[in-house]
Write a protein that binds this ligand. Sequence first.
Ligand code: NAD
Ligand code: MG
Length: 394
Amino acid sequence: MRRVTVLGATGSIGQNTLELVARAPDRFEVVALTGGRNIAQLAHDARRLGAQVAVTAHDDLLGDLRDALAGSGVTAAAGATAIDEAADRPADWTMSAIVGAAGLAPGLRALEHGGTLALANKESLVTAGPLVMQTARRHGARILPVDSEHSAIYQALAGEDIDTVERVIITASGGPFRDWPLDRLRTATVAQASAHPNWAMGQRITIDSASMFNKALEIIETKEFFGVSPEIIEVLVHPESLVHALVGFNDGALMAHVGPPDMRHAIGYALNWPARHDLPVARLDLAQAGRLSFEAPDPGRFPALRLARETLARGGLAGAVFNAAKERALDGFLAGRIGFMQMAETVEDVLSRIYPDNGLIDAGFSLDTVARADHVARVTADAAMAARGAAAHS
Ligand code: NAD
Ligand code: MG
């Protein structure tokens, strides 16, 4: 029996994870599930899977969760500390699928008791890659990537020597705005940005895909997880979303991972690792797909990619600054405060306002320093957005 905890169980990744867990009750036992405001879903899943504990992130919803779990034997809890405590419970496998910077602390707690962390929360690596990887090493824990591209790279690297890797290519669908000219991008609405052509995901990562901030985070994620130098990481636009990543070796071989755009593959690979088990994903018919196309991303329309590389060049806590500025700019876009292209402008403003001389930039990695960098970036992003709003209205 593999004891399983799912952080962010009510989200897109979390629900797909539970679907796979529920298919094999003889192999998996659920320890803890955490969620947000969707109490009905959280309680329903905790009951049917026999979880020990269910936790909502929101203190004000503890009463509702208790009511929904009455008589089930599942313990109800609420708040960020309770999520950390849920991650602390002994488990063999923990899915980190909270969205955003909030996923870092509970993921670290899970790593501290060894076992396996299936890492969907890419923000953990972007904000605190060295801390995450060091914590895993120190406690003998294993991290398995749960991002389609990074799972693909991981699989292409199985049995290979990382020193023979010459290039790592991650693909991007290009999102709903792949062909949109810059002028039109400036007017893109939340509804338009929320409609991904190939992948069904949570709203925030879907909008990040439209702006390519998601791919920007993934460049940093690749560097932090695999320890490869940023210069060998490439991004290729691939509208069909069938090739997820390619790894190039020093003998010229390019190993590609090909499959349908379905996160249950990457989740299931991590869930069953090191074995492979049958997964309910479509089997690809390449003759039917007919054609795979690739193109270079346009840096002018998708500045997020350049900003990711500048962030990597700055090093230290720049990833935490980058991610928090991006999260805040996304909040601003969702709230109608700024336009689509202003998300990247805001992040660029934040980076240039904070650097080169902010004292906390080289403060080293701890939960505390990462939280401080995150906070400074959010405050700075708010100021930058307000200044842009003022400029737009003057
Ligand atoms: P989602 O919005 O569908 O779900 C997020 C989950 O986190 C929910 O359970 C929500 O209740 C919880 N949550 C949100 N804010 C929280 C907070 N402050 N504290 C505690 N819990 C909180 O998101 P998703 O699409 O499932 O993505 C989850 C993570 O996986 C993200 O980091 C995303 O980048 C990554 N990821 C997702 C996909 C995908 O296909 N959805 C693919 C690759 C990586
Ligand atoms: Mg991805």
